[in-house]
Design a protein. Structure first.
Length: 594
């Protein structure tokens, strides 16, 4: 929908969304870039596309609607042919008592409305929706992606000849193999997958998707399509097609339902052929706040205190895929101001930060973390982010940067926050340097979030309570009271606000818990969980902790001291979130049990 500049100014000014100063800045930028005001106000976060569409809907006296693609059935969509729906960004989303409910991105387009009226008849009710929302619903014309894959594969099998060579026709843009790759990507993105694994087995090609941290088989393809399929992905990723003996890494982009996705591709020769793993990164995602990521209480305060320091190191630890990059992305976004120079060296660049200088590691060209970090220090940075500290040289440079007035962010692969400090000792960093530079260490894991629609409330019996008490240490003196106080604090900070303010614990026992419903519901694809959230422990480097570091104390001594000072372990943070109905006890134990 194209809204005139004058209307944009009027709408935003009337609703207090645009100051005179912002208006003058926008006009200057418009003179330079020649972009419409509508595009500028959305890109600069003055107002979201959805909010702007709502304001315009009120102004034009057309009802605004936000459609749920899952609720729109294909027979209803078919009231308007797909060609016309895509051409005019319009959908019929409901038919009731002979009235057709029509949503359009641009209901001011009189010519488009006339064409649609001829197709669906006069009995209609008009609504306005955002372009992105309509594009999501338009995907329903496709029907089942899995069925389409089967149809394409069936066509391939009819023409398949068992041969190693791959012809140009097989991997061309409109070939069945290209369609198969597109459908696999589409299925994974629609299912909310973070990774796609294409793995050759003895008799077939297995396609698996990692959804909410758990791998699930999506499809099995005939082994005959393996070489063509891998070659097609290599073409998209700009990799060498004829090189099958060594691993390769690449990247490409796709657009699905109006959203841009970057895919990070890794190939690996295995005994049965070549395995391909693709990491899906949503490029339209905006950074979440620390609160939205699940930080609260002591953890939130410790990080916020560290972020306002002029120099020092902030380290995030956890295994691969535990959300470390997302936490760093959010922290850097908070600090990303026009008067600050943020420079990063990453492998790979997962999240794009507007205004930051992000460098991709390339060992073949000599651009390692060490070389990149050395170069960054000559680029007058205020804030430095090193993707990962892998060796003593990188660790040493990071510490030196923190000592010379820079705020340094990085990640380490350790099991928890406390073991991060001895790990730096192992890398040859002097204890007094660790004590004086490290500001805060964050340990984290990702757990699946209970489906808000079908999660079940239950009261644990005596045997279950005793088992939980033993696993979470609730049988220690005063621990149950401490958990109850933490839950009260979490409730006051909005954790688990969907279940109300009633607590799930007392000073003596647990009164209720939540679990995933067996068989789930339509909303969570029959799994019982939907999406993921973080559980955290944040170790603040206090004077007492610094003394322990200098004295070469063990990680367990450091952890005990940090807990005395208020640190919650990941397990305790997860347990509080389980009491607040956000996840289940089983899920916490799955990721934190030692």
């Amino acid at each position: 929908m194209r809204i005139s500049d004058d209307t944009i100014v009027r709408l935003l000014s009337e609703h207090g969304k645009l100051s005179d100063e912002q208006f003058l800045e926008l006009r200057k930028e418009q003179e330079k870039t020649h972009r419409p005001l509508q595009s500028l106000v959305i890109s600069r976060d003055i107002i979201s596309d959805k909010d702007l569409t709502q304001l315009y809907a009120d102004y034009a006296d057309i009802p605004f609607i936000e459609l749920n693609a899952n609720d729109v059935e294909k027979p209803v969509l078919d009231e308007l042919p797909e060609r016309m729906a895509r051409q005019y960004n319009a959908v019929v989303f409901k038919v009731e008592d002979g009235t057709k409910y029509l949503a359009m991105e641009d209901p001011d387009d009189i010519q488009a409305l006339d064409f649609i009226k001829k197709q669906i008849g006069p009995g209609y009710k008009l609504y306005i929706a955002t372009k992105e929302n309509i594009l999501q619903v338009l995907e329903n014309y496709r029907g089942g992606v899995a069925q389409e894959i089967e149809e394409v594969i069936a066509t391939q099998e009819e023409n398949a000849e068992k041969q190693e060579a791959v012809s140009e026709e097989e991997i061309a843009e409109d070939s069945p193999v290209a369609q198969t790759v597109n459908l696999i990507l589409e299925y994974a993105i629609r299912a909310g997958a973070s990774d796609i694994h294409i793995e050759p087995r003895e008799d077939y090609l297995q396609v698996r998707c990692r959804i909410d941290g758990v791998l699930k088989e999506a499809n099995r393809l005939p082994k005959t399509v393996m070489n063509a399929l891998v070659s097609r992905i290599k073409i998209l990723s700009n990799l060498k097609i004829d090189e099958r003996r060594v691993p390769q890494d690449g990247r490409f982009k796709v657009t699905v339902a109006g959203k841009k996705y970057a895919l990070r591709v890794s190939t690996l020769p295995i005994s049965e052929g070549e395995k391909v793993v693709m990491r899906i990164l949503d490029e339209t995602n905006k950074a979440l706040t620390l609160e939205e990521l699940g930080y609260w209480g002591f953890s939130l305060k410790s990080i916020n205190d560290a972020l306002v320091q002029p120099h020092g190191m902030i380290l995030v630890t956890g295994p691969t895929g535990s959300g470390k990059s997302t936490s760093l992305f959010s922290a850097l976004t908070i600090l990303n101001q026009p008067d600050v120079n943020i420079s990063t060296v990453e492998d790979p660049v997962e999240y794009k930060i507007v205004g930051a200088n992000q460098t991709q590691v390339n060992p073949v060209a000599g651009m390692t973390f060490v070389a990149g970090l050395r170069a960054l220090l000559r680029q007058d940075p205020n804030i430095i982010m090193v993707g990962e500290i892998r060796d003593s040289e990188t660790a040493n440079l990071g510490v030196q940067a923190a000592l010379t007035g820079h705020l340094v962010f990085s990640t380490l692969h350790t099991n928890n926050a406390a073991t991060c400090l001895p790990r730096l000792l192992d890398m040859g960093i002097e204890p007094f340097l660790i004590a004086s530079t490290v500001r805060v260490v964050i340990g984290q894991r990702l757990v699946r979030r209970l489906c808000p629609v079908c999660k079940e409330l239950y009261k644990p019996d005596k045997a279950e309570f005793e088992s939980i008490a033993e696993m979470f240490g609730l049988d220690k003196d005063g621990q149950m009271k401490h958990i109850n106080e933490l839950e009260a604090k979490a409730t006051s900070e909005g954790i688990g606000s969907d279940i109300g303010k009633e607590l799930s614990s007392t000073h003596d026992t647990i009164t209720r818990l939540y679990r995933a419903k067996e068989g789930g519901c339509d909303e969570c694809n029959r799994v019982g969980y939907t999406g993921r959230m973080g559980i955290y422990e944040t170790l603040a480097n206090s004077n007492a902790v610094q003394k322990l570091i200098v004295a070469n104390a063990t990680s367990s001594d450091i952890q005990q001291q940090a807990i005395k000072e208020g640190m919650m372990t990941m397990q305790v943070d997860g347990f509080i979130k389980a009491l607040r109905g956000q996840t289940s006890v089983e899920e916490i134990l799955r990721v934190t049990r030692e």
